[in-house]
Design a protein around this ligand. Structure first.
Ligand code: IPE
Ligand code: IPE
Ligand code: MG
Length: 260
């Protein structure tokens, strides 16, 4: 097989991944859902390495949604233990590779066993600048928007901000998920074509890539394929595309006028 070559120019700066399909991966093997989550941790390791090697500036991984708390207790508990193990085992690699580890979401809901390893690693890595790895934990895009709106409402009530200063940019400034910039590319694994409450506000002009592979099977080559697809797209941000030439007398300037 030919090696995949990813062009270094036009890389997405911020990539978000909805890591889905762990449960189905396990079910297909008649295994416990938790076994799928364990394999999923190994995929996280592979993808973080690949992203760092590619030179991405920011990688945001959707690891646990605010809505995922409603899953059976055994599954939630196992996910928390796996998260703790992941942070413990990756600590050195994160620090040695200049990665800043960040977390977004309702972190107050996370159990002490997670906070005890997450918080020190966040502060220890806070000066690292090669890549920001953000874990979305107990995260919801709607909840993040509501939180920012609430903050602005308080400022208005206190007279620190005028109602007309409640703008799209002011809201954006208050969203932790967008401190690394809007996501350029958002990938979802596991075959579903939906967003499931991930980075809603920042998604406005993100390129979307849906991957059928289940998360435990995901690796560097899948990430490269998504980036290759991204590099072939033309982002327009509501403007006119490169291909659209100005019209002269109602005819595109570069169009060939046929006789008659
Ligand atoms: C994603 O895999 C991991 C989390 C949501 C925590 P799922 O557990 O959602 O796997 P499926 O979608 O049931 O296969
Ligand atoms: C999205 O997957 C959340 C994460 C990957 C952490 P879900 O499995 O929770 O989403 P739905 O339920 O299929 O929409
Ligand atoms: Mg799922």
């Amino acid at each position: 097989m030919n090696p995949i070559v990813v062009e270094a120019r036009n890389l997405p700066s911020h990539v978000g991944i909805i890591m889905d399909g762990n449960g189905r991966w396990a079910q297909m093997r008649n295994q416990d859902r938790v076994d799928g989550h364990r394999e999923g941790s190994a995929a996280v390791r592979r993808v973080v390495r690949a992203a760092r090697k590619l030179g991405l500036r920011a990688l945001t991984l959707y690891a646990f949604s605010e809505q995922n708390w409603a899953r059976p207790d055994e599954e939630v508990d196992a996910l928390m233990v796996l998260l703790r193990e992941f942070l413990l085992s990756e600590r050195d690699e994160i620090l040695d590779n200049g990665i800043r580890l960040n977390a977004i979401g309702n972190l107050g809901r996370l159990p002490g066993i997670v906070r005890a390893v997450l918080d020190p690693l966040r502060s220890e890595s806070s000066e690292k600048t090669e890549m920001t790895l953000t874990l979305a934990l107990s995260y919801g895009g709607r909840e993040e928007i509501a939180q920012a709106a609430q903050e602005l409402a308080v400022r208005v009530a206190q007279g620190k901000c005028k109602p007309e200063e409640v703008t799209a940019d002011a809201l954006r400034e208050l969203m932790p998920s967008l401190r690394v910039g809007d996501p350029d590319l958002v990938i979802r694994t596991g075959g579903e074509r939906r967003i499931s409450n991930f980075l809603l506000y920042g998604l406005a002009y993100a390129e979307l890539y849906f991957e059928d592979a289940l998360w435990p099977d995901y690796g560097a080559e899948h990430l490269y394929a998504a980036i290759e697809s991204y590099q072939q797209r033309e982002r327009r941000f509501g403007l006119v595309g490169k291909a659209a030439a100005p019209l002269v007398d109602g005819v595109a300037k570069n169009d060939v006028r046929l006789a008659g």
